[in-house]
Design a protein around this ligand. Structure first.
Ligand code: BG6
Length: 458
C-alpha cells in the first residue's frame, strides 16, 4: 500500500545545541555537573564531546540536504548567546547562529528553533534556576533578544523542549542536575517554566513577528492496566502530572482543575501570584511539537504509601509491565506505534485539533557497528520503526488530525545526556575518533520518503 502525505508536509529531524555543537563558551549545568561527577555519564563522556556542529555546520547542512530535509529543528544555546544568562550578548554566537540560519534557508531547509533544550546557564542555576522568578525574567529577555536577532528569518519558534524532563530529572528522579528529590520544588520549577513560556509568547506577539510560536512536549499517553476504576484513576493522575501539567496551560490557557485540587490537597502547590493566571492565558500557542517515544502503562498501587517517604507522583500509581510488550532493550523503552495516533486523536477531540507536528520520534540502539555491511550501517530496525509509526500517523491525518510534519530524533548520532554515546539515534553514523559522518540505510530510506512525500509498505 502507498502512504502519501499532504502537500508541504514537513520532513526533517531534530537536534539540540548542547548535544551537537561542542566548543562552547558559557558554562551550563551540564558542564558543572560533569566536572564534579563524571561517573554519572556513560563511559565518563561529557558535554564537550559532542558532534562538532560548531565547526562542521556548513557540511552538515549539506548532509541535511542530501537527506531531502525540508525542515530542521535545533536550539539556540542560551549560555553561548548570553554567557552569564542576563548580561552582554556574545557577538560570536550571533554570527554563528546567523550563519546557520542563513545557510539553512539558502538550502531550502526551514529552520525550526527551540529556545531552551535542557541547557540552563550555570550562572542562572546558581541563583536558583527555575525556582527563582528572576530566572523567568532573564529567560524572557533572552527570548526577546533571539526574536529581535533572528525573528526575520526564523518563522517557527519553540519556547521549550520537553519542559517536564528537567522537572523530572532535576527535582524528582535524580537524573539531571541539581539532583533534588522534592515534589514541591519540582512543582515550582514546572510552574515557573510555564510562566517563562507565557512571557516569551507575550514578547513574540508584542513584536508582531512574521512567524509562529509554540512549544515541544513529550506526550506519553497513559494507558491503564484494565478498566477497573482504580486502574483508570491511576492512569488519569499520571496523565495529569506528566502530560496535562504542560499541555493544558499551553493549549487551553489554564491548568486542569483536578490537578490543582490534587496538589492543594497534599500541600504541594507552588506560590502563585494573582497576575499569573492572566499571563498563563496569554501563553496559548500557534503550533505544538509532539515528541513521542514511548507510552506510559500504569496500574493502581498494590501497597500502601510509606507516609515518611517523600511525596512523589508514584503515590498514586505503579508502572505496569504489560506482558508481551515490544521493547527497545537498549533504551528500556516500550515501542508502541499506535500511541502516536492516540495522541493525535486526543488533540483533535479534546484540544480543538491544534496545528501540530511530530517533532521527535526515534530509536536509540547500542553498538550499531555490528550492522555494518559494505561500510554502511544497515539499520532495518529503524526503517521498520519509522514506517510503522508513519502508518499510524497517516491514519490520524486521514481522520482529520491536524498534523503537519514528522521530524526524527536525530540527524547525526549525538551526545545523549547521561547516556552520552551509548545509544545511537542518527540517520548518519558518527565516528567519534575521526568525526567522519556516514549515511545509514535509514537515512537513505528517509531521503526517498521525503522526496516522494510517500512510501510503500505491505
Ligand atoms: C528527547 C530529547 O527526550 O529524547 C533529546 O529531546 C534526547 O534531547 C532524546 O536526546 C533521546 O533520549 P535519550 O535520553 O536516549 O538521549
Amino acid at each position: 500500500m502507498k502512504y502519501a502525505f499532504p502537500d508541504n508536509f514537513w520532513w526533517g529531524s531534530a537536534s539540540s545545541a548542547l548535544q551537537t555543537e561542542g566548543a562552547r563558551e558559557g558554562e551550563t549545568t551540564w558542564d558543572y555537573w560533569f566536572a564534579r561527577e563524571p561517573n554519572r555519564f556513560h563511559n565518563g563522556v561529557g558535554p564537550q564531546h559532542t558532534s562538532t556542529f560548531y565547526q562542521h555546520w556548513k557540511t552538515d547542512i549539506q548532509l541535511l540536504k542530501q537527506l531531502n530535509h525540508n525542515s530542521f529543528r535545533t536550539s539556540i544555546s542560551w549560555a553561548r548567546l548570553i554567557p552569564d544568562g542576563i548580561g552582554e550578548v556574545n557577538p560570536e554566537a550571533v554570527d554563528f547562529y546567523n550563519q546557520v540560519i542563513d545557510e539553512l534557508n539558502e538550502q531550502g531547509i526551514t529552520p525550526f528553533m527551540t529556545l531552551f533544550h535542557f541547557d540552563m546557564p550555570m550562572a542562572m542555576q546558581e541563583i536558583g534556576g527555575w525556582e527563582n522568578r528572576d530566572v523567568v525574567e532573564a529567560y524572557a529577555r533572552y527570548a526577546q533578544i533571539c526574536f529581535e536577532l533572528f525573528g526575520d528569518r526564523v518563522l517557527h519558534w519553540f519556547t521549550f523542549n520537553e519542559p517536564i524532563v528537567p522537572v523530572e530529572g532535576g527535582y524528582l528522579y535524580d537524573f539531571h542536575y541539581p539532583n533534588v528529590v522534592d515534589f514541591r520544588r519540582a512543582a515550582t520549577v514546572a510552574y515557573h517554566t510555564v510562566l517563562a513560556h507565557a512571557k516569551a509568547v507575550q514578547a513574540y506577539r508584542a513584536g508582531h513577528y512574521a512567524g509562529e510560536i509554540g512549544i515541544v512536549l513529550n506526550l506519553t499517553p497513559s494507558y491503564p492496566r484494565s478498566q477497573n476504576p482504580a486502574d483508570v484513576k491511576a492512569a488519569h493522575i499520571a496523565d495529569l502530572m506528566f502530560n496535562r501539567s504542560f499541555l493544558d496551560p499551553v493549549l487551553r490557557g489554564e491548568y486542569p482543575a483536578d490537578l490543582v485540587a490534587l496538589l492543594k490537597a497534599y500541600d504541594q502547590l507552588p506560590a502563585c501570584r494573582p497576575e499569573d493566571s492572566a499571563l498563563i492565558a496569554e501563553g496559548k500557542i500557534d503550533l505544538l511539537g509532539v515528541n513521542y517515544y514511548q507510552p506510559r502503562r500504569v496500574k493502581c498501587r498494590d501497597s500502601a504509601v510509606n507516609p515518611q517517604a517523600p511525596f512523589m507522583p508514584e503515590w498514586f500509581f505503579d508502572s505496569y509491565e504489560m506482558p508481551g510488550r515490544k521493547m527497545n532493550p537498549y533504551r528500556g523503552w516500550e515501542i508502541y506505534e499506535p500511541g502516536i495516533y492516540d495522541i493525535l486523536v486526543n488533540l483533535r477531540d479534546n484540544y480543538g485539533n491544534p496545528r501540530c507536528f511530530i517533532s521527535e520520534n526515534g530509536m536509540g540502539v547500542e553498538n550499531e557497528q555490528r550492522f555494518i555491511e559494505n561500510g554502511q550501517i544497515n539499520d532495518q530496525y529503524r526503517i521498520e520503526f519509522i514506517s510503522e509509526h508513519l502508518t499510524w500517523l497517516h491514519k490520524g491525518i486521514s481522520e482529520g488530525c491536524n498534523c503537519l510534519g514528522y521530524h526524527m530524533w536525530t540527524f547525526i548520532d549525538n551526545w545523549s545526556w547521561c547516556n552520552a554515546y551509548k545509544n545511537r539515534y542518527g540517520f548518519i553514523q558518527l565516528d567519534l575518533k575521526t568525526q567522519q559522518r556516514t549515511i545509514k540505510k535509514s537515512g537513505e530510506w528517509f531521503a526517498a520518503t521525503a522526496l516522494n512525500n510517500s512510501f510503500e509498505k505491505e
